[in-house]
Design a protein around this ligand. Structure first.
Ligand code: ADP
Ligand code: ADP
Length: 231
């Protein structure tokens, strides 16, 4: 699904150059659940932003579903992104002025899905994820764990083949964090490919494979036996 070859990203500010990713190469197969770990500043967010086509690599190749996407312009990247990728963030990134229902509905609006179908799909999904009784509440009225469930539902509503998660449990206590990780496992078992940045080796233990970054390079990789559906 994902194939990176010698991918490099350099940030330039005035005279300072900072190499955030230095010739990173790896492949991720459809259905894998992969964690990306490493100390602060090692390039995890940059890597996730490039995988999610929010940002562009400087050099090297990024093949997504067989197509080279590294050189695409903003419009081209956004087309591929909207169709294929759901994002989950540490800070939930929900819109405070919209209800639970409306937050989850938003990606369907962007994809021009008709109203009756939107209503049915949103209601079905929020029910399944255990927040159906909160449909008309606003994010501020929910616990952190419930807010992250809404964010997961929003990421899933378009049924994207790839989910990218940046520290999805970073703002949750351990019991709500575990609930979110169990939800991620269910997604994985249902066939969704997941790439997750995390500082937590506990969270990483839910995944089938761990990639360790240091100073913009892959320094080690490990496969987890624990994961039931690891490829
Ligand atoms: P991590 O997510 O692992 O903390 P980042 O990907 O955020 O790492 O950052 C990797 C490196 O790139 C760091 O040295 C950081 O300071 C630098 N960097 C990240 N984003 C920018 C930016 N927009 N402009 C300049 N430097 C950046
Ligand atoms: P984290 O460590 O949780 O990944 P950071 O605080 O490193 O988060 O980065 C938060 C955001 O700031 C990222 O989107 C990153 O691209 C940007 N960023 C990080 N370092 C720099 C930098 N030196 N200059 C400009 N932007 C940066």
């Amino acid at each position: 699904m994902i194939k990176l070859n010698k991918l490099t990203k350099v940030y330039r500010t005035d005279e300072i150059e900072s190499t955030a990713l230095n010739e990173v190469s790896f492949e991720i197969n459809q259905g894998e659940f992969v964690s990306i770990m490493g100390p602060s500043g090692c390039g995890k967010s940059t890597l996730l932003n490039i995988l999610g086509m929010l940002d562009k690599p400087e050099n090297g190749s990024y093949k997504f579903l067989g197509n080279e996407v590294g050189h695409l312009n903003e419009k081209g990247r956004s087309d591929v992104r909207k169709k294929n990728i759901g994002f989950i963030f540490q800070n939930f990134n929900l819109i405070d002025e919209l209800t639970v229902f409306e937050n989850v509905e938003l990606p369907l609006l962007y994809n021009k899905v008709p109203a009756s179908e939107r209503k049915q799909r949103v209601n079905e999904l929020i029910e399944k994820i255990g927040i159906g009784h909160r449909a008309n509440h606003f994010p501020q009225q929910l616990s952190g764990g419930q807010q992250q469930r809404v964010a997961v539902a929003r990421a899933l509503i378009t049924k994207p083949p790839l989910i990218l998660a940046d520290e999805p449990t970073g703002n949750l206590d351990s019991s709500h964090g575990n609930e979110v990780m169990e939800l991620m496992c269910e997604l994985h078992e249902a066939g969704t490919t997941i790439v997750m940045v995390t500082h937590s080796s506990h969270d990483a233990s839910y995944s089938g494979r761990i990639i360790n970054l240091l100073d913009g390079q892959i320094v080690s990789e490990k496969r987890n036996k624990l994961s039931s559906a690891a490829v």
